[in-house]
Write a protein that binds this ligand. Structure first.
Ligand SMILES: *Cc1c(COP(=O)(O)O)cnc(C)c1O
Length: 220
C-alpha cells in the first residue's frame, strides 16, 4: 500500500481530538511530501541532524516535533523552527530550550517525558523526582516555553495488561499535574501510543499519537 492509503486508513481509526504525529525518522523527504500532500502537517523526528537536513527541504506549514532524547548542547540547532519537544526529561534541558527560544523570539511547546516502562533504558522523569524539582523551580522564568503536557513510552511487549497499566499511569500523572501544578488549558496533551499500541493508548486517554511504520513502512 502507498503512504496515502496507509495514512487514510489510519485516520479512520483515530478519533477526532487525537493529534496524529507522523513519525518520519529515517524516511526520505519524498515520503514526507507524499503525506503532506494529503493534509498531514505534524511530523516527528528523533535526531537533530536529520531534522536540520529535512527542515529546509520541506514546506513551511509543517509542525516539526522532536520526539527523541535531546541533548542540551543540540537545542540551538532546532530552536529556530521546532514546534514541540516531546522528551523533556530534565529542568536543565527546559532552561536551555527557553534560552534558545528567547534568542529566536519564539515560544517552543514542550512535553515532560515520564518513565512509565519496565525497561531501564528509556528516558524520563520519575513522578516524585519531577515534583521535587518542580517545587524548586520558578516557572515564571520560562517565558519562551509553553508547557503543553506529558509524554511516555510503554514497554515493548505483547502483554496488553502491562501496556494498559503503563498508559494509565501516565494518564494519572497528567491528571495530578493538571489539578495541582498546571491548571491552564494550555496543559492538554498526553503524547502516548505508537504503531503497535496506539489503539490501547487512545483507550487510556491519549490525545496525541506518534506513528511511523504504519504510515511509512518498516524502517531498516
Ligand atoms: C520511532 C518512534 C515512534 C514511532 O514508532 P512506530 O513503531 O514506527 O510507530 C514513536 N515515538 C518515538 C519516541 C519513536 O522514537
Amino acid at each position: 500500500m502507498s503512504i496515502e492509503e496507509n495514512l487514510e486508513k489510519l485516520r479512520k481509526s483515530i478519533p477526532e481530538g487525537v493529534t496524529l504525529v507522523a513519525v518520519s525518522k529515517t524516511k526520505p523527504v519524498e515520503s514526507i511530501k507524499e503525506a503532506h500532500r494529503i493534509g498531514q502537517r505534524d511530523f516527528g523526528e528523533n535526531k537533530v541532524q536529520e531534522l536540520q537536513h529535512k527542515y529546509p527541504e520541506l514546506p513551511d506549514d509543517i509542525r516539526w516535533h522532536m520526539i527523541g532524547h535531546l541533548q542540551t548542547n543540540k537545542v540551538k540547532y532546532i530552536a529556530p523552527f521546532i514546534h514541540m519537544i516531546h522528551a523533556v526529561d530534565s529542568f536543565k534541558l527546559l532552561k536551555e530550550i527557553n534560552k534558545q527560544a528567547k534568542k529566536h523570539n519564539r515560544t517552543i511547546n514542550v512535553l515532560f517525558q515520564f518513565h512509565i516502562a519496565l525497561e531501564d533504558s528509556k528516558f524520563g522523569f520519575k513522578y516524585s523526582e519531577f515534583e521535587k524539582e518542580l517545587m524548586e523551580t520558578n516557572l515564571n522564568n520560562f517565558e519562551n516555553i509553553a508547557i503543553k503536557g506529558v509524554m511516555g513510552m510503554a514497554t515493548f511487549t505483547n502483554n496488553t495488561t502491562i501496556v494498559n497499566n503503563e498508559f494509565r499511569t501516565l494518564k494519572e500523572i497528567f491528571n495530578k499535574l493538571k489539578s495541582k501544578h498546571f491548571t491552564t488549558s494550555e496543559f492538554e496533551y498526553k503524547s502516548m501510543g505508537m504503531s503497535q499500541d496506539y489503539l490501547q493508548a487512545i483507550d487510556q486517554g491519549s490525545n496525541m499519537v506518534r506513528i511511523g511504520s504504519t504510515i511509512f513502512g518498516e524502517r531498516t
